[in-house]
Design a protein around this ligand. Structure first.
Ligand SMILES: Cc1cc2nc3c(=O)[nH]c(=O)nc-3n(C[C@H](O)[C@H](O)[C@H](O)COP(=O)(O)OP(=O)(O)OC[C@H]3O[C@@H](n4cnc5c(N)ncnc54)[C@H](O)[C@@H]3O)c2cc1C
Length: 207
């Protein structure tokens, strides 16, 4: 089907599309299920990768991997845990959430770099700017098929979360947002295992 559009038919569907995206996909789900899907809130999450020509944090500052927790709008700076004292390296210049992620996401990629570097220089000094080679940033809440880094449920006991744990006819919903480990791959695996087990039991019972 790559590159082509067309209908696909099947006995069952396991839908792992993030609810922030799914809410805008036309469907014949019941109104309560549509409302439950729309209830999920996408969390604003941002990161920037800063590629350096020289690993000054290792050579000059004896920082070998790990994270600096800042009180700046960067939130955290992450250092690579590979290739120690090698030639080049990429630092995560910010990994932030909520209001800080939204602030950066409103900027152009070039402005994000300028702001992140100006902030990081307060910690690492001039090399943080002079050794920079290239950069790449992502705002997950503004990424078309994500619409959020992960899901935040306003409540998980108000009915919506529980409803999506049940199949809607022949459609099952799965993903880390339907587990106790949101924002972790283990949550997606837990959810997948639950749904596949339920589907397996159902098919065996109706065979
Ligand atoms: C910045 C960040 C850092 C993270 N760090 C970690 C970590 O260190 N460790 C960890 O365990 N987890 C981490 N996670 C979480 C991990 O990525 C998720 O838990 C996992 O990817 C969830 O898997 P999923 O299958 O539920 O959803 P996803 O991986 O989000 O898969 C959903 C898929 O649906 C696709 N899709 C969207 N719309 C449509 C459509 N209309 N039609 C068809 N397909 C569609 C998307 O393109 C996507 O491929 C991180 C997440 C983020 C954003």
């Amino acid at each position: 089907m790559a590159g082509r559009r067309g209908p696909v038919s099947g006995d069952y569907c396991v839908c792992t599309i993030p609810p922030m995206v799914l809410k805008d996909v036309p469907s014949d789900f019941s109104d309560p299920v549509k409302a439950a899907i729309a209830y999920a809130v996408g969390v604003s999450v941002g990161k920037i990768g800063l590629e350096y020509r020289r690993r000054f944090w290792e050579e000059d500052e004896d920082i070998l991997g790990g994270i600096t927790n800042t009180n700046l709008d960067l939130s955290t700076i992450w250092y690579p845990s590979y290739g120690y004292l090698g030639r080049r390296g990429t630092v995560i210049g910010y990994y932030n959430f909520g209001a800080n992620a939204e602030t950066y996401s409103r900027l152009t990629p070039e402005e994000r770099r300028a702001r992140a570097v100006a902030q990081g220089k307060k910690i690492h000094g001039d090399p943080y700017e002079t050794e920079l080679d290239s950069h790449f940033s992502v705002a997950w809440h503004r990424t078309r098929y994500s619409q959020g880094g992960w899901v935040s449920w306003p409540s998980r006991t108000a009915g919506q979360y529980e409803l999506l744990l049940q199949p809607e006819g022949h459609t099952y919903f799965a993903g880390d947002h339907l587990s106790y480990y949101i924002a972790w791959q283990s949550g997606a695996i837990d959810s997948a295992r639950k749904v596949v087990t339920e589907l397996h039991d159902r098919v065996l019972a109706t065979a």
